[in-house]
Design a protein around this ligand. Structure first.
Ligand code: SAH
Length: 237
């Protein structure tokens, strides 16, 4: 069975099938149409219990903003992910573990994901604990809602699903897959505003090209992301 995503959100119109959105175009969109993955959205508001369809309330203890209610969210989660659903339940959250390519690979190898998108100040802590939600961050900055984060996560996962990327080989050589940032790319024209494509790339010497690319990747990573160099396995250093 292929990868199945359920996105719980107050804005299902940001996702297919209600609108195309980023996941309805290009690689992810074509894969969706081809049935290489499936996407369902769940409107959280449908699980409110009052006439006004309220999903949030003021924070206990006071302070600014609103908090999403545990009871409403629990009903939405239980609807999307009944007991026995093997898919991980994720909560997009700036407090979560930062998403990286290794976690993306794990998710892509699994049955799918149930993804809760927060809004306002976030969600009641008891929901996170009671439904064992895995908090996932896409970086150290604050978005206005989890939808953009969910789109980022799904975009990264879907391109790794079997058959989705035309050129399977290119997936393994990209930034982070090797533990390094990728080497620079060039294409025609040979000269652009006085800048030439490096000679080695047009030499036809594939061993030299591979060596040059590796050196470039190392130098670039050392300069921009020394943390990645420090994390390399001693054997590949
Ligand atoms: N008050 C919270 C931020 C709430 S932002 C705090 O300071 O931690 C509203 C929602 O946007 C969050 O519930 C989450 O779902 C989403 N969000 C914001 N930044 C995010 C990030 N860096 N990664 C993933 N989700 C994020």
């Amino acid at each position: 069975m292929s990868f199945r995503a359920s996105v719980l959100t107050l804005y299902p119109e940001m996702f297919p099938p209600m609108s195309k959105g980023p996941l309805g175009h290009s690689l992810a969109g074509r894969a969706l149409e081809a049935g290489q993955w499936a996407l369902e959205t769940v409107q959280i508001r449908d699980f409110a219990s009052d006439r006004h369809r309220t999903v949030d309330d003021t924070p206990a203890g006071g302070g600014a903003g609103m908090v999403m209610r545990a009871d409403v969210l629990a009903r939405a989660v239980d609807h999307a992910s009944p007991p026995g659903d093997p898919r991980p339940r994720l909560l997009m959250s700036p407090r979560g573990k930062p998403l990286n390519q290794a976690r993306v690979r794990e998710l892509a190898a699994g049955p799918g994901a149930v993804i809760l998108c927060g809004r306002f100040e976030g969600v009641d802590q008891r929901l996170i604990e009671a439904r064992a939600l895995e908090e996932v961050s896409i970086g150290d900055y604050i978005l206005s809602g989890g939808e953009a984060a969910a789109i980022v996560l799904l975009d990264a996962v879907v391109r790794l699903l079997p058959g989705v990327m035309g050129n399977e080989a290119s997936a393994g050589e990209e930034s982070f897959e090797t533990g390094l940032l990728e080497h620079p790319h060039y294409t025609r024209p040979q000269e652009f505003e006085g800048r030439m494509i490096p000679d080695v790339l047009t030499s036809g010497n594939h061993a030299k090209i591979a060596k040059w690319r590796h050196e470039q990747a190392l130098a670039l990573t050392a300069e921009r992301r020394p943390d990645l160099i420090a994390a390399l396995q001693p054997v590949t250093k």
